[in-house]
Ligand binder design. Structure first.
Ligand code: ATP
Ligand code: MG
Length: 269
């Protein structure tokens, strides 16, 4: 597809919800009528890959017609023999180029640590979504913050990396990378920490050039869906009797993320 979009879900911190968000974005765009491919760059852990395998199995066992993305795992050189990181990068670029011919949207899940492959994935992004857990510790992956003034002391390695990618894109005359920071697992209890995270991210967005979304709530349902490979959208379609306010709130939060990404949905999801 000439206008294919690459969405990278990235954060060099583990457990911020990247894989869960990746499958939710993939299924959202599938229901909306797009052709979607997914790439797992975290082959070692393979959460997104297992999520999709669970989905295929659950659909077969329950005779459900669940939409599936075309899925690819790209493994780094340390797991194959003697390939260099440049060759890894070239291979990934090739895979993405090929997928762009056949798919409208490519969603790339990345590991929670730096890797050459993950970096190569980030370089291919049109849209980058960084989920951060609702804690001051998790903001550290974006910037080091002064505890009193809440001003930025220094930008993190990850933020500098994104800045470099932006600069290279500008030099090549490419569109700007659209960077979204999404607060995830927001607790329902009102706490000082929670308000601080919100006010710091609001402040950071102008300085660092991302769009901040606040965000996705801490919901038990997210932890329960993995083994069936389901998303909140599937639950709302399949399990109509079990729909709760929390399910609907979760869908609305997902719709806010999709609205911000701004790839128009072709049909209601
Ligand atoms: N909004 C949420 N509410 C409750 N639990 C959540 C939410 N989002 C993610 N989780 C849970 O948090 C854990 C980590 O999520 P996930 O595996 O998606 O993170 P990750 O960033 O991909 O982790 P890693 O860096 O290890 O790849 C999982 O148990 C997942 O079910
Ligand atoms: Mg993951």
């Amino acid at each position: 597809m000439t206008n294919a979009k690459v969405i990278v879900v990235g954060n060099e911190k583990g457990g911020s919800g990247k894989s869960t968000l990746s499958i939710h974005l993939a299924v959202s765009y599938l229901y909306s009528g797009y052709k979607v491919a997914t790439i797992d760059l975290d082959g070692r852990q393979g959460t997104l890959t297992h999520y999709i395998e669970n989905r295929v199995r659950y659909a077969e066992e329950n005779k459900l017609d669940l939409p599936m993305p075309e899925h690819l795992v790209v493994t780094p050189s340390q797991f194959s023999n003697k390939r260099s990181s440049e060759e890894d990068e070239e291979q990934l670029d090739e895979e993405i180029k090929d997928l762009k011919n056949d798919y409208d949207i490519i969603i790339i899940d990345t590991p929670g640590t730096f890797s050459h492959l993950s970096n190569a994935g980030h370089k291919n992004a049109d849209i980058l979504i960084t989920p951060v857990n609702d804690s001051l510790v998790d903001i550290d992956v974006i910037a080091n913050i002064d505890p009193n003034s809440k001003e930025i002391i220094s930008e993190s390695q990850y933020t500098q990396n994104i800045r470099d990618i932006q600069k290279k894109r500008a030099d090549l005359g490419k569109d700007e990378l659209f960077w979204i920071v999404l607060r995830n697992r927001i607790s329902h209890i009102d706490a000082k920490n929670k308000r601080e995270v919100d006010s710091i991210l609001k402040k950071l967005q102008e300085k660092l050039g991302f769009t901040y979304i606040s965000g996705i709530g801490e919901r038990v349902v997210y932890r329960e869906m993995f083994l069936k490979g389901l998303t909140i959208l599937d639950l709302l379609k399949i399990d109509k009797d079990e729909i709760s306010i929390s399910h609907i709130a979760a869908k609305n939060e997902l719709l806010t993320v999709l609205n911000t990404i701004n790839i128009p949905l072709k049909q209601d999801i």
